[in-house]
Write a protein that binds this ligand. Structure first.
Ligand code: NAD
Ligand code: NAG
Length: 227
């Protein structure tokens, strides 16, 4: 069974790392050493994952050293992509994480992105960095995937395992492999999208739908004052 590394242990990354860690070996990596030492002590100071859940993920270990990722074959990137006032995601953390993964990337490895991006960003921005910094060829030596995180901030009921997961891969074979990886932990099931771009677009459309719904409710509240 392939060993997984999760890059960026915020809400999204830690939840995913715990879900995999209940079933198989997974290494969680973060650039924040304090975050790593807290997690090693079994504490999520963000209080998004409980102490019991952390303790239950027997296969999960933590590191802030890139060199410890050398024996992993699947890299899942869950770093932040904060949006600016025009809703354009800042890809700086994603670029930095791609540069880091490129340093430890080997033949036949798969890099899966979960961070929210605009359609095309995985293959147009991230993959060229992986190629350039590793010296390996995309879809020959290494492969990519995209699987958007769909949890809503603050929603305690719908969590990573109970929300259907959209998956994708850079070749048909890799798409099947990525989908199977997630199907193993997501009880709500998976949906294999036809391409990485389609999976990226699915996430953007969902966020837009949510924003439109919120805007629509605000308009309604103004038009129909409560009696
Ligand atoms: N939080 C949510 O509910 C939610 C829901 C859907 C999608 N998303 C998306 O998922 C992604 C992650 O969000 P989050 O809320 O988990 O972020 P977060 O801010 O909670 O955590 C990000 C973590 O990544 C680490 N990090 C930053 N740069 C790094 C790097 N180069 N290498 C390794 N680690 C790095 C940080 O130290 C931090 O611990 C974003 O793209 C976000 O848009 C989040
Ligand atoms: C980029 O990644 C490196 C190596 O993981 C890390 O040491 C550095 O702090 C990161 N820089 C930023 C701006 O995130």
């Amino acid at each position: 069974m392939k060993k997984i590394a999760i890059i960026g242990l915020g809400y999204v990354g830690l939840s995913l790392a715990v879900a995999f860690g209940e079933k198989r070996d997974v290494v969680g990596f973060d650039i924040n050493p304090k975050r790593i030492s807290d997690l090693r002590d079994g504490k999520d100071l963000n209080r998004e994952v409980s102490t019991e859940e952390l303790a239950g993920a027997k296969g999960l270990s933590f590191t802030d050293s890139l060199n410890s990722l050398g024996n992993c074959q699947v890299f899942i990137i869950t770093v932040p992509t904060p949006v600016d006032e025009f809703k354009t995601p800042d890809l700086t953390p994603l670029v930095n994480a791609s540069q880091s993964v490129a340093k430890v990337l080997k033949k036949d490895d798969i890099v899966i992105y979960e961070s929210t991006v605009y359609p095309g960003a995985t293959e147009d921005i991230c993959v060229p960095i992986l190629e350039r910094d590793s010296g390996l060829s995309f879809n020959v030596d290494f492969f990519a995937g995209y699987s958007p995180e769909r949890i809503n901030p603050g929603d305690k009921e719908h969590r990573v395992k109970t929300i259907k997961k959209v998956t994708s891969g850079s070749t048909p074979e890799v798409a099947v492999e990525v989908d199977a990886l997630y199907a193993d932990i997501i009880t709500a099931g998976t949906h294999k999208a036809s391409s990485i771009r389609v999976a990226e677009a699915a996430k953007v459309i969902e966020n837009t739908q949510r924003d439109v719904n919120i805007a629509f409710m605000l308009v309604l509240i103004r038009l129909v004052p409560l009696e």
